[in-house]
Design a binder for this molecule. Structure first.
Ligand SMILES: C[S@@+](CC[C@H](N)C(=O)[O-])C[C@H]1O[C@@H](n2cnc3c(N)ncnc32)[C@H](O)[C@@H]1O
Length: 267
């Protein structure tokens, strides 16, 4: 049985309550002693969240956006791009693809066109790549992420740019309906979900299908955060093959920088 939710510390205070609750329940189911359960829960929270972004990085991202908001330069492309780059550099995943961000969105447009709605799951700070996405401001951009602080930053960014959309702090493991969208982006998300719960990647693909989403772009690192290649591309290749074959998806893929992208379409 799990006791009341403990204090996980400042750095996890903005995580979605449903996620904290689930991680705590799962830790208590394995560790009978509360101190051990707390250690296990904090390890899980580190792996799913603070391994990618630290509080001071979010402080810096908030500052960069506040400067743009205060400057009145919201329509100045150079100022908007400078802010976007400063923010993208604050989360490990977007920092790693900063050099290829324009090329990535060119590739996605060539394969999937310009969608009228997008669902970016476990988005981190990726919505700050909007200046390179080529999306009209009318494209409805749903940005869902575990961390309410990042979701709030994204919501302010959408407001600054006049982008249609919404940002939400959620636990993607715990089910619930997804909004209908033309395309879903699951960048570097499935490995972390699968680590949280075996089978979570497949369950999420099924929820996407229920929401009527016909194309999903998955991505996987080809190097670990520690920057050592370990046959990751082959390992994720086998994982994706199994995941998509079972669910009748066709796939095409490409590599950019240290990231492997899979465009999966429902048959
Ligand atoms: C590897 S990062 C990828 C971020 C972004 N998709 C990108 O590639 O730039 C994974 C993100 O998923 C979020 N995340 C992890 N577990 C989650 C969950 N159960 N529900 C919602 N978001 C989650 C993390 O906070 C983190 O920002």
């Amino acid at each position: 049985m799990s006791g009341p939710l403990p204090d996980f510390g400042r750095k996890y205070r903005a995580l979605a309550p449903a996620l904290l609750d689930r991680v705590w329940r799962e830790a208590c189911a394995i560790e009978p002693r509360p101190a051990d359960a707390l250690k296990r829960a904090k390890r899980a929270l580190h792996q799913l969240h603070s391994a990618f972004v630290e509080e001071r990085e979010l402080d810096a991202a908030e500052l960069a956006l506040a400067r743009l908001e205060a400057s009145g330069d919201g329509d100045d492309r150079a100022a908007v791009e400078a802010c976007a780059r400063a923010v993208l550099a604050r989360h490990a995943s977007t920092r790693e693809r900063l050099a290829t961000i324009a090329q990535l969105h060119g590739e996605l447009r060539a394969r999937l066109g310009t969608p009228a709605s997008v669902l970016d799951l476990g988005c981190g700070l990726h919505p700050f790549a909007l200046p390179w996405m080529g999306l009209p401001r009318t494209t409805r951009y749903h940005a869902w992420e575990a961390d309410a602080r990042m979701a709030a930053l994204v919501a302010r960014w959408f407001a600054r740019l006049g982008q249609a959309g919404e940002a939400r702090a959620v636990d993607l493991i715990d089910g619930g309906e997804l909004p209908a969208a033309e395309v879903a982006w699951l960048f570097k998300l499935l490995p972390t979900l699968e680590r949280q719960r075996s089978g979570a990647a497949g369950a999420l693909l099924e929820r996407l299908a229920q929401a009527g989403i016909r194309a999903a772009v998955l991505s996987f690192p080809t190097r670990s955060l520690g920057a050592r290649a370990k046959g990751m591309r082959e390992q994720y290749g086998r994982f994706v093959d199994g995941l998509l074959r079972e669910r009748c998806f066709s796939e095409e893929s490409f590599e950019l920088g240290d990231e492997w992208f899979v465009v999966a379409r429902r048959c």
